[in-house]
Design a protein around this ligand. Sequence first.
Ligand code: GLP
Length: 240
Amino acid sequence: MELKFFDTISELDQYAAQLFATTLANKPHAALGLATGSTPVGIYGKIIEMYQRGEISFRDATTFNLDEYVGLPPEHDQSYAYYMKQHLFAHIDLPGKQAHLPKGTAPDLAAECKEYDRMLEEQPVDIQLLGLGHNGHIGFNEPNGELQGGTHIVELKEETREANARFFGSLDEVPKQAVTMGVGSILKARTVLLVVKGADKAEIVKRALTGPITTECPASLLQTHANVIVLLDKEAGRLL
Ligand code: GLP
């Protein structure tokens, strides 16, 4: 595991954006695993700047997002499809058909999960961007006695709904379920790029990276992966 600490968020975001640029320069057809939440917004901003300067192109890339809320259509302003369009896809040259997110409104969600796994098998992820939930979740893989390997439907924990309620009008509007890539799929990525910012994540960073490997802290399973890069701002990394 390679740990990098940054004095400023801007330097961290630039470093992460550069990793994506390098991946695509070496392999224009790369499959990129993307994440949502507040953490990657600045990274996507830097990627857009690089794109505008002609330093990166997504023309031949494929992207797979980690997760989506069940029941929110792509037009809903809190869906992850909408987030991706707003923060990245509308500003770069990635062809729409090469951008994948699980469909939270698919009539048959079980079939949707299967199809997502099939696509991931076909185009294994080269670099998977991950944020970290306060309870150690990655994607929407919540702490549990057992975890699932493939894409599946998950019941969101109350603490996760509360943490994400800030983006919705009220807690009631936060969906109770999501479709998420499983930890098995996440661990299949050639490189995992875990990004964590802020003092409120310092405890969970310590638990995830140095604590026991347990399904009660899904991010701790990253300790078993051979190629993990962790980018931390000073606050998030202060207990390491
Ligand atoms: C959400 C997402 C995760 C994300 C996490 C942390 O629940 N499903 O992929 O990593 O929250 O979000 P934030 O970066 O806003 O703290």
